[in-house]
Ligand binder design. Structure first.
Ligand code: HPA
Ligand code: ZN
Length: 331
């Protein structure tokens, strides 16, 4: 990883379940006595050749069967925080999929308490600030999202916001109008995956109907010039995940990734890792990959890092502290 890749930054699009490395899958399977449909780590890693989002999600949900106890979630989050801090991450907003665990019989409290135990120590252990964002699985529909939201509130879950993930096409954001309205009413931040595999219209809906503050992915927005103009005018941050986009065939090769044009157009682009255990790299590797692939220089990488702090759900003084550190960093 080049020095520029470890500049101070925030990571705003990371699924904690997507940091479940193959070795952890086998360690946790053995300690929890879960049998796996893979022979060994090598066999599992050989399955990381995805054709699209759906083929990834199948493996992603199958591997998370090993996460059963509070300490599994805490260990997972701690491993991510350690890795992220070594790659210059000062602040992380971390997605989790409560429904994917509850559907397997893992109580919401086990998930949330395990994750928040790790995040609660992130400042003292890793010098990082952090927050949790609960994502709803759009393919389970709006009622399931609403029920999950009720349970999050009943558990007084320490979340900073809500998001929307899983299979995109066929599940437009407007399906989730009610749960987003409720989340906004209780002061939660709102984000949504849109425009990864879905059309620009889904990005518009996420903005107009769900009133999200950021769009996760959003790369297909480029197909609609009027939408691009709006993203620029309103400075709506996009949490772009370059290695993910290549692995899930949203773009052909890193050299073809449109991120340089997005930055040049004035879109508030950020770079993130999505599901780093599956896509070949954490956030530093994503910075390196765009630096090498599209020829970003140090100034462009600093702009991406600056955008990440500007787009983070943090207060003014913390943002200023991180920006000052970035301004003082060499590389
Ligand atoms: N898209 C949608 N759902 C997801 C993703 C993604 O990239 N990663 C984990 N869940
Ligand atoms: Zn994602």
């Amino acid at each position: 990883m080049s020095g520029a890749a470890v500049i101070p930054k925030a990571e705003l699009h990371i699924h904690i379940e997507g940091t479940l490395e193959a070795e952890m899958v086998f360690d946790m399977a053995s300690r929890n006595r879960v049998s796996l449909p893979f022979a060994d780590v090598e066999d599992l890693r050989a399955r990381y050749a995805f054709s699209d989002l759906g083929s990834f999600l199948e493996l992603y949900y199958s591997c998370m069967a090993v996460l059963r106890r509070e300490e599994d979630f805490a260990d997972l989050a701690n491993a991510y925080l350690a890795r992220a801090s070594s790659e210059g991450v000062r602040h992380a907003e971390i997605f989790f999929d409560p429904q994917a665990h509850m559907a397997r019989g893992v109580p919401l409290g086990v998930v949330v308490d395990g994750l928040s135990a790790a995040l609660g120590a992130s400042a003292s252990r890793y010098g990082m600030s952090s927050g949790l964002i609960a994502c709803f699985l759009r393919d389970l529909g709006p009622q399931a999202a609403m029920d999950t939201f009720d349970q999050l509130l009943a558990h007084s879950s320490p979340i900073i916001g809500i998001g929307l993930d899983s299979a995109e096409v066929g599940y437009p954001p407007a399906m989730f109008t009610d749960v987003y309205a409720r989340a906004r009413a209780v002061g939660l931040h709102c984000v949504a995956h849109a425009g990864e595999e879905g059309p620009p219209e889904y990005v518009r809906q996420a903005l107009d109907v769900l009133h999200v503050e950021r769009i996760d992915h959003g790369v297909r927005s480029l197909e609609d010039p009027a939408l691009v103009a709006r993203l620029v005018d309103d400075q709506i941050p996009l949490t772009v995940c370059p290695l993910s986009n290549v692995r899930l065939k949203v773009v052909g090769r890193m050299e073809d990734h449109p991120i340089a044009g997005m930055l040049d157009a004035g879109i508030a682009v950020t770079v993130n890792s999505d599901d780093p255990a599956y896509f070949g790299g954490y956030v530093g590797e994503n910075y390196s990959a765009v630096a090498d692939g599209v020829g970003f220089d140090g100034e462009s990488l600093r702009k991406l890092a600056r955008n990440s702090f500007d787009a983070a759900f943090i207060d003014h003084s913390l943002r200023q502290r991180y920006v000052d550190e970035l301004d003082g960093a060499v590389g």
